[in-house]
Every structure is written in C-alpha cells, then in structure tokens.
Ligand binder design. Structure first.
Ligand code: KG4
Ligand code: ZN
Length: 358
C-alpha cells in the first residue's frame, strides 16, 4: 500500500511516499526557518502563504524521488491538527482535493500521533505498553500507550513546551532561531554544573512539566550577573556557554525525572522519544540511560524524522487506514486536536482549574 503523506502544521511543508507504513520511498521537507528567522519565531500568516507556494512542488518532488506517479498512490494521509490554522488548512485542502480527484481514500492524522509513529522506520517493532515522550516546539507530553492506537497523557507541560523554552532562552541570550540546535552546540563547550537552575515542583503533586520558572531563573541570572547578550560580532562568551549547558541539563533532568517516576507505575516495555527536541544529544543520552535502568529499549527517530516531516504522518495514516478508518470531505483542520482516547482527564483538570498545554 502506497501512502502519500502531507504535513503543513507549522513551518515545514513536507510530503512523503511510504510503502506499507514502514518503508520510506521518499521524504521531502521544505523548511521555512530562514523566512521566520528575522522575527525570532514563526509568523503564522507568512507560514500559511509559504505552504501555499510550496505544497505542489514538494508533493511533485516526493513523487519523483519515490519514482511513482499519482495514479499509483493508494491513499493520502494529512496532518489535521494540532497546529496553526492557516498552515493546517493548506495541507488539509490540498489532500482532500487530491484524494477526491484520484478517487482514493484519505485520512486526517493527529500530528502528535505522527511523532509517535516517527520511530517505526528505523527501530524494531514497538512492544506495548509503551511510553512516548513527545518533545517539540509546541508540545511536551508523556503518553502511556497500552496498545497500538490507545493513548493516555500521563504528564504534560503546564506552560511552555520544552522546545519553546530552548527557543526563548536562545532569544534571551541573543542567539538565533530556532534555539535548540544552537544551545546544544554551545552546551558542548559549557559547564553544565556551573549554575544550579531549579527544577519545577508542581504544587498539586501531579507529575507534570513546567519550564516557565526555569526561563525566569535564567533571565534573573543573566540580569544579576550582567551577562552580555551575543552581539553582531557573534562572539559567544564562556558565561553564555555555561548558561546554555546548565539550562539544557536542567531541561533534560526535569523531563527524565517524571519519566522514571511514572515508569515505576506503568511498567512500559518500550520508551519512545520523539519530536524536534529529540534531536538533542544530551536528551538522547539521558533517555538511553533511563531505558537501560528500566531494562527496556529506547527508540528515537533519526534527525530527519525527529522534526516535522510527512513520513511519520503517512505511517500513522497507514495504521488507521488498515483499521478501516477514513476521513470524508467534511473533515477540516483542528487547531487544538488532542491525542488522548483513554482515561481522558481533561474534564477533571478543568474542574480543578489546572492550567496546562496540549
Ligand atoms: O517537532 P518540531 O520540528 O516542530 C514542532 O512540532 O514544534 O520541533 C521544533 C523544536 C524547536 O523548538 C527547536 O528549538 C527544537 O525543536 N529543537 C531542539 C533541537 N533541535 C530542534 N531542541 C533542543 N536540541 C536540539 N538539538
Ligand atoms: Zn511536530
């Protein structure tokens, strides 16, 4: 079964051709990083316009690289949400029109579920129950997955996503967007034990994540120690490198602390770590270590599949299509789509006025 995957939820226009849900014939990504760099973050309107320009040529390129023509495609899988509305709509409308014209099935895929499926290409089969830590610019969630397709959020961020924290700290230090890769690079030359930044404690005792306190702590440290931002000359001081290393270590520690605690309760057999922040080698090392301690394998996607891509969307789409699920032409983009179909605690959290992110 050949699936054309389409992803346009944020600032990457991507298309991929995937065979039987696990063999990538092509995966093409057009990143908008350069477009948004001057603004220090993604500008939604610009992103949507750029998707519109790029989607057709990117799909053509994916088909050409896979050496297949449109008539050979069996189904289309497209990111339905969550994401930016203008960006999502471009992919959704394109996918619907294409599937309608070709008279083939199509399916809307949850972007976060896509990230979970990003590990299926390069790792042995997932053993369930599994844990999936999805860490990206928009999301920081730990899922308990008792069986394929069933998701329970067992930890979530109360404020910033992990990747967002990297991006904001980078901006604060005068570094470029996106912050994650730059902070990781500088951290390699810095001392992670130099500054003790706090790990957030959640007052109601839930095993959630929080990064806004860390952001404030870094900001205070910079102010109190009169640290100079990186300027036009791009010269990075040792102090900045130490901040990068100490900040990164704190993020990694706070993510891993909850994973380990919850693993004692849920006994996962596989630990999946995916999303843009999963590119981070310090996080990879720490996650590997936790997996070893728990006696379970840790699966990561390679870098190309860690950040937003369409192969993961095709893989998740394949899983649903195989189960007979289909979307119809009434399907539309869902900005705040959730990935939680098991013991959903949303209502309880709302009742208790717990503020949290997706
Ligand atoms: O998954 P992704 O491409 O897009 C979202 O769905 O958000 O993730 C992008 C995020 C950005 O915040 C970026 O700073 C972060 O992933 N990121 C990293 C690294 N590479 C990308 N964070 C830490 N270390 C990295 N090496
Ligand atoms: Zn993503």
């Amino acid at each position: 079964m050949l699936i054309l995957g389409i992803e346009s939820s944020c600032d990457e226009t991507a298309a991929a051709v995937v065979e039987d849900g696990s063999r990538i014939l092509s995966s093409v990504i057009s990143s908008q990083i350069e477009l948004h760099k001057p603004f220090g973050g993604v500008v939604p309107e610009l992103a949507a316009r750029e998707h519109l320009e790029k989607i057709d040529p990117i799909v053509d390129e994916a088909l050409a690289k896979a050496n297949v023509n449109l008539k050979e495609i069996d189904a289309v899988a497209v990111t339905q949400g969550p994401g930016l509305i203008g960006s999502l709509l471009v992919g959704v409308c394109y996918a619907k029109a294409l599937a309608f014209g070709l008279e083939i099935p199509f399916i809307g895929v949850n972007h976060i579920e896509g990230h979970v499926f990003s590990v299926v290409f390069e790792n042995p089969a997932i053993e369930f129950p599994a844990f999936a830590l999805i860490v990206s610019g928009g999301h920081t969630n730990l899922f308990h997955i008792p069986e394929a397709g069933k998701y329970k959020v067992i930890a979530r961020t109360r404020d910033d996503a992990a990747g967002e924290a990297f991006d904001k700290i980078a901006k604060m230090l005068g570094l470029e967007y996106p912050g994650g890769p730059i902070i990781e690079k500088l951290a390699k030359e810095g001392d992670a034990n130099k500054i003790k930044f706090p790990i957030a404690k959640i007052s109601d005792g839930r095993p959630d994540f929080s990064f806004s306190g860390l952001k404030t702590a870094v900001s205070r440290y910079v102010r109190e120690n009169e640290i100079e931002k990186v300027g036009e000359d791009k010269v990075v001081s040792q102090e900045i490198k130490d901040i990068a290393a100490s900040f990164q270590a704190t993020v990694v520690k706070s993510l891993m602390k909850n994973v380990e605690k919850l693993a004692d309760q849920y006994h996962p057999k596989t630990f999946i770590v995916a999303g843009g922040v999963a590119c981070n080698s310090a996080l990879r090392e720490a996650a590997e270590l936790i997996g070893n301690r728990l006696g379970i394998p840790t699966y990561f996607p390679s870098k190309h599949l860690s950040t937003d891509n369409a192969a993961m969307i095709a893989a998740a789409g394949y899983f649903h299509l195989k189960r007979g699920e289909r979307s119809d032409l009434r399907m539309t983009a869902d900005v705040s789509m959730r990935l939680q179909n098991l013991e959903n605690e949303d209502a309880e959290l709302k009742r208790k006025k717990v503020r949290y992110r997706l």
